[in-house]
Write a protein that binds this ligand. Structure first.
Ligand SMILES: *Cc1c(COP(=O)(O)O)cnc(C)c1O
Ligand SMILES: [Zn+2]
Length: 394
């Protein structure tokens, strides 16, 4: 079980980088870098059956992860998350074969733990002592927890409006926490200055290449849980888009391994209408996001990203999979949050609820057909967002 990592590569200009040194984005063109693996080697040395016998954690995909020594991973016990059928919700929105991948069971209550576990583990392996990042809350909370576990210093900058529990989590796990009057983009500027001045390692979304590898395991896992078959549609609540890009990367690698065949699932970027830069660019047929979304605001705080750095990769994943991007109102998402809880017993985060509203809208438009297999990603736990619960005891 050793990593088949070979190098980092720029997906835009194809420049290669030594994976044993620290890198941020491509120095030639500014694109995020992607980890590349010797998939021929993996194909020869690993089978799907052999995987089957491994422990039920994200580290079972060690060959497809960047850690040299998976036994030295910084771990808080990342169980595989359940892929649950949602028949009653499915009946309510007209999708018979509806599933929810429930990421709320991970440490710190969101799928951000996948990225943090791999990102912090790899940073430690490469000798980093101090990481820094802007965050909308959940990423910072996860990275703070894993940094504490690793004995690594961390500085986070977080907008004042972020869910308060996440700010407290960062503080209690010992992160140097800077509260910013502004958005994640403002927090990002502050962190960039701090990195230049103090030599912190910049672990901002997609400026750090390994968090994506952690999030990729969400895609590997869900395909494995479906017995190596592919659903028709996967709906993902998209902010920075790392999870979406990660799922597309998982599909790519599985296809090259010959472990999956046939038509890829259509990937859907679900956004809130108060911050929908991906939807706007998609509808205009653009390959990049030209301008940050103005006055970004939504209850789904984790997807308030006015101008994602991975814009090209997100839009490319939608195009390659014949997917689409769709925006929903906060009110629609909160209605679905109530419905998902009442019909299925799943208390989702508002971001997860955005995927339900998106699936409903796409079904109504006929973009999703009744018999199709649709997987929604609930990225986090509802209990992290007590203020988004409107229903009260009667
Ligand atoms: C960060 C976050 C998202 C968006 O994640 P990306 O992969 O960066 O698009 C969605 N939901 C929750 C709960 C989050 O914390
Ligand atoms: Zn490049």
């Amino acid at each position: 079980m050793t990593s088949a990592l070979t190098h980092l590569e720029c997906p835009r200009c194809a420049q290669g980088y030594d994976a044993q040194a620290l890198h941020n984005v491509c120095t030639a063109c500014g694109s995020p870098l992607l980890a590349r693996y010797d998939l021929d080697l993996v194909r020869r040395t690993l089978s799907r059956d052999a995987l089957d016998a491994r422990p039920q954690t994200m580290w079972r995909y060690a060959e497809l992860l960047p850690l040299q020594d998976v036994a030295a991973a910084v771990s808080l016990g990342e169980a595989m998350t359940p892929l649950l059928r949602a028949p009653r919700l499915g009946a309510a929105i007209g999708v018979d074969d509806l599933w929810v991948k429930d990421e709320s069971r991970l440490p710190t209550g969101t799928f951000k733990a996948r990225g943090a576990a791999v990102g912090v583990s790899r940073a430690r392996e490469l000798g980093v002592e101090h990481v820094a990042m802007p965050t909308n809350g959940n990423a910072g909370a996860a990275w703070a927890a894993y940094a504490a576990r690793a004995g690594m210093r961390i500085t986070v900058a977080v907008p004042r409006d972020a869910p308060q529990i996440t700010v407290r989590e960062m503080a209690v796990t010992g992160a140097d926490t800077i509260v910013v009057d502004g958005l994640i983009s403002d927090a990002g500027r502050l962190i960039a200055e701090g990195c230049a001045e103090h030599g912190w390692f910049d672990a901002s979304t997609l400026r750090e290449p390994y968090r994506l590898e952690g999030k990729k395991t969400m895609g590997l896992e869900l395909v494995e849980q479906l017995g190596w078959t592919l659903p028709d549609v996967i709906v993902y609540p998209t902010g920075g888009g790392v999870g979406l890009i990660g799922i597309a990367k998982a599909l790519q690698e599985l296809e090259e391994l010959g472990w999956i065949g046939g038509r890829w699932p259509r990937l859907v970027a679900a956004q809130a209408s108060g911050c929908a830069p991906v939807v706007r660019a998609w509808e205009r047929g653009e390959r990049r996001i030209a301008e940050p979304w103005p006055d970004a605001h939504t209850v789904a705080f984790g997807i308030t990203v006015p101008k994602p750095l991975g814009d090209e990769l997100i839009l490319d994943a939608l195009a390659r999979t014949a997917g689409c991007a769709v925006a929903v109102e906060d009110g629609q998402a909160l209605d679905e949050l109530d419905r998902l809880a009442a019909l299925e017993g799943l208390f989702a985060c508002p971001e997860g609820a955005v995927t339900v509203a998106a699936a409903r809208a796409l079904r109504e438009q006929g973009w999703i057909a009744a018999g199709e297999r649709v997987v929604l990603i609930n990225t986090g736990a509802g209990v992290l967002y007590p203020e988004s619960v409107r229903r009260r005891p009667q």
